[in-house]
Design a protein around this ligand. Sequence first.
Ligand code: TUI
Length: 308
Amino acid sequence: MKTRITELLGIEYPIIQGGMAWVAEHHLAAAVSEAGGLGLIGGANAPGEAVRDEIRKARKLTDKPFGVNVMLMSPYADDVAKVIVEEGIKVVTTGAGNPEKYMDIWKAAGVKVIPVVASVALARRMERYGADAVVAEGCESGGHIGEQTTMTLVPQVADAVEIPVIAAGGIGDGRGIAAAFMLGAEAVQIGTRFVVSEEAVVHENYKQRIIKAKDIDSAVTGRSHGHPIRCLRNEMTREYVKMEAEGKSFEELEYMTLGALRRAVQEGDVARGTVMAGQIAGLITKEQTCKEMIEEMMAQAKTLMKRD
Ligand code: TUI
């Protein structure tokens, strides 16, 4: 399935992987790229040198293109932005902010820049600043989210910009891919489903929590202080939401979740940790390789899109 995104990125299938903090490390990125999608290393809150190390490890596992996601709220975002250029990375996605200040150095180095946006305004602005494409991410996504749903955001962004649009949020199978294309997207970004891939180095408890999740198991913490994070309901989210209702300060709430994502991903603490996942978790029923996931999703999407 050729689109402007498969051409732009030199990939076989119009699927890019989400740049998930603590999850999107070199094994996952290399596996998604090897399977014909675009794998990404998630910069998250890691220092530049740690990201460089991940890039070099991914290169040992694949000759195919892969990218880096820069989490713009990270204190190390400037360092990571430089490492990307030094390491000759060809594709960058950004999240949780506005990447304008890095656009010139990346464009000068021939890096394709794909900001993740949660609004039409930012999509337009990114196009003006020279973005090659945008990811329009709806609030069905896991992690840091905006306000609009994928269903409403993607067609509005597709109408507002000339550059290609990648849909994200709530996509976990071929039906979601076909739907995204109907909304005007030319590729999709998938996160939650890849968390349960065999190649993802994620604690088994985390994978099982996603596999067992029901449709209604999703919660959003942090709305009251303007940093909404979607994750799966557990002891931590119940306590957090209660503290938010009591009007606890941002600092107190932050303290409670400090390191909570790492504890869930690496130590498997799915009761007190932050189990970031999208609303599509309820659809995900099994662990598979990235190749199996991508081929299954693409076969289903192609069948649906050919139907008359
Ligand atoms: O970035 C994400 N998802 C993420 S980042 C992350 S790591 C993290 N951990 C703890 C606390 C906070 C973050 C986990 N999940 N998705 C892309 C995304 N970007 N969604 C929404 C946005 C966004 C929101 C507002 C982008 C720009 C923006 O405004 C920028 C501006 O200046 O207008």
